[in-house]
Design a protein around this ligand. Structure first.
Ligand code: SF4
Length: 289
């Protein structure tokens, strides 16, 4: 039986003391252990940002890529070996800014990727510029007069893109976050886990104090049904005095992989693929003509 210690890495995190990324790291280890996914059965793909360093501090296979591009790398890895549990970890800038088009594409395709977004509503690594989820009027070094942009709502954007598993966690609710990541790991298609993650150094507007009296769990709400699309839209838009956590929407489990005939016989990497002979290539060319 696995424990979270089986996922301990050799490096010590360099995050600021009190950063919400510590909670996400611990929740990730707990979820993988509880769902019996061993380090060699998971691939973690990250972009650029404070939180994208997370797999440096875990024992897990990982690929640390370019800013905003972990989703296409993860999609390729998943289609090459859909026996792997593929997890993307990145911040709100990486996911909804530089990687925004990839976010929409993977959501509507329902590729089997768990997408953990460390949403601190700021660019932390580069010292506090406003990000896609920063509120209008946010004063930062790149918006000294206050941001003029409307913030992205990741949950409504995911619903509009066709995502079938849309959820929100909070790094200050460790057990709940571990449970939520576990639910995402069990879902066969694309699963968004937007995680409210305080950046204690650059964004005092969204502190632990801000969240502690506002967040509530949908599982505690009588009668909330994550399969109800209308209710999901309502909860996805709720932000202010009350902020919902949990599975906002969960529906169709038909994945992209389910619909690709070449994957029906198992992962491509296990199919003993060989290069085509020139005669076989000619047969294919003849089909096109
Ligand atoms: Fe965490 Fe913010 Fe420090 Fe980055 S800058 S490690 S997000 S607290």
């Amino acid at each position: 039986m696995l424990t979270r210690k089986d996922f301990d890495g050799q490096e010590t995190p360099t995050w600021c003391r009190g950063c919400g990324d510590f909670g996400i790291l611990n929740a990730m280890k707990m979820a993988l252990a509880e769902h019996d996914i061993a380090p060699h059965q998971a691939l973690m793909v990250t972009g650029i940002g404070c939180g994208s360093k997370l797999p440096h501090y875990m024992k897990v296979s990982a690929f640390h890529g370019l800013h905003g591009r972990p989703v296409p790398v993860a999609t390729g890895a998943r289609l090459a070996n859909h026996g792997l549990r593929v997890i993307v970890v990145h911040g709100d800038g990486d996911a909804y800014g530089e990687g925004g088009a990839h976010f929409i594409s993977v959501a509507r395709r329902n590729v089997g990727i768990v997408d953990i977004v460390q949403d601190n509503r700021i660019y932390g690594l580069t010292k506090g510029q406003y990000s896609p989820t920063s509120e209008t009027g946010k004063r930062t070094p790149t918006s000294p007069e206050g941001s003029l942009d409307q913030p992205v709502n990741p949950l409504t954007l995911a619903l509009a893109a066709g995502a079938q598993f849309v959820s929100r966690g909070y790094s200050g609710e460790l057990k709940h976050l571990a449970w939520l990541i576990g639910q995402a790991l069990e879902y066969p298609g694309y699963a968004l886990v937007d995680v409210l993650q305080p950046c204690v150094t650059w964004n005092s507007s969204y502190s632990y104090d801000f969240y502690k009296d506002r967040v509530y769990k949908l599982e505690d709400e009588t009668g909330y049904d994550p399969a109800d699309a209308s209710a999901a839209w309502e909860k996805a838009a709720e932000w202010g005095e009350r902020i919902p956590l949990g599975i906002i929407y969960q529906a169709d489990p038909t994945t992209y992989e389910d619909q690709v005939p070449a994957l029906a016989q198992g992962p491509l990497v296990a199919q003993g693929m060989k290069p085509l002979s020139s005669a076989q290539i000619q047969v294919l060319l003849n089909e096109i003509e």
